[in-house]
Design a protein around this ligand. Structure first.
Ligand code: NCD
Length: 306
């Protein structure tokens, strides 16, 4: 039985296969419409979500399966003090696969150790968000035709942004990847990524504060929101929340073929006037999230469709 805690749980070849499957699902959805007949997905979400939870549910429904679950900690027995280990033992009797989001780093991993069914980490605190990364990789590969030899700008809350951490981990396995880390001093990438991942693997990167300085050289600009829920005090959040706003004017400094990605939700960091620019692909990215989660469910359940 396999779980997905980090994008690194899949080898580069397995990842390639999964992205190919997602592309095939996009082209021929009817082929897959009954692949999961009779199967159930549980979504156990202890933290807010729109896209991740609903795209998981849409993915399972598109495959002919059904879904059950809860959307907040206070509507589950967590509110009574139940541990994730006990909860997953129970869910294992009700469903065939589980997607879990939790505010505590490592909670889905703890659950996976007691689970009888595959567990997918749907975001654990400020740590990792592997299925967002699968979505990001599918978006970049489908629209750029490759995942190697690129300069990727990551802009915003690089400290708490779990999607950024997972994306870096996944992309460093491809040759010719270079990062430009764009953040205010307080929201710089954690040292367990800078030292233990980027420096240890000798991946070229620079750290800058001004988006305008970095944007002209980028193939992909990955923005994220300042992660309000991970701040210890409101004042710091208010001071930093509008540090970056991508406007049409700033985008005019970028290459014609640069892509703008964002895991969403957006708050203020991308002005709505940018949405109509062909380089803005974040809504398309959310659609890719359904195909890639369909591919992941099939892969973890060991179901193949001829
Ligand atoms: C992200 C998350 O939950 O980490 N959202 C998502 O799943 N698309 C990004 C965020 O909340 O900022």
């Amino acid at each position: 039985m396999r779980h997905l805690m980090s994008p690194l749980d899949l080898s580069v070849d397995e990842l390639d296969e999964l992205l190919n499957l997602a592309n095939d699902i996009e082209k021929h959805p009817e082929k897959y419409a009954h692949a999961c007949d009779g199967k159930k997905l549980a979504t156990c979400f202890y933290e807010p979500s729109t896209r991740t939870r609903l795209s998981f549910e849409a993915a399972m429904l598109n495959l002919g399966g059904s879904v059950l679950g809860f959307a907040s900690a206070d509507s589950s027995s967590a509110a009574k003090g139940e541990s994730v280990s006990d909860t997953i033992r129970i869910i294992s009797c009700y469903a065939d696969i589980c997607a879990m989001r939790h505010p505590k780093e490592g909670a889905p991993l703890v659950a996976s150790q007691k689970s009888q069914i595959p567990v997918i980490n749907a975001g654990d605190g400020g740590h990792q968000h592997p299925t967002q990364t699968l979505t990001d990789l599918l978006t970049i590969r489908s629209l750029k035709g490759r995942l190697d030899n690129m300069t990727i700008g990551l802009c915003g809350d690089l400290k708490f942004g779990r999607t950024v951490h997972s994306l870096i981990n996944a992309l460093i396995r491809y040759p010719g990847i270079r990062f430009v880390l764009i953040s205010p001093e307080e929201l710089k990438i954690p040292s367990y990524i800078r030292e233990d991942v980027l420096k240890a693997k000798q991946i070229p990167f620079t750290e800058v504060e001004r988006l305008e300085d970095a944007i002209p050289e980028l193939d992909v600009l990955y923005m994220n929101r300042v992660q309000k829920e991970r701040f210890f005090n409101e004042e710091d959040y208010v001071r930093l929340k509008d540090f970056y706003i991508l406007t049409r004017e700033k985008l005019s400094l970028a290459r014609e073929d640069m892509l703008v990605l964002h895991p969403l939700p957006r708050v203020n960091e991308i002005s709505v006037e940018v949405d109509d620019d062909p380089r803005a692909v974040y809504f398309k990215q959310a659609q890719y999230g359904v195909y890639v989660r369909m591919a992941l469910i099939l892969t973890l359940l060991g179901i193949s469709v001829e």
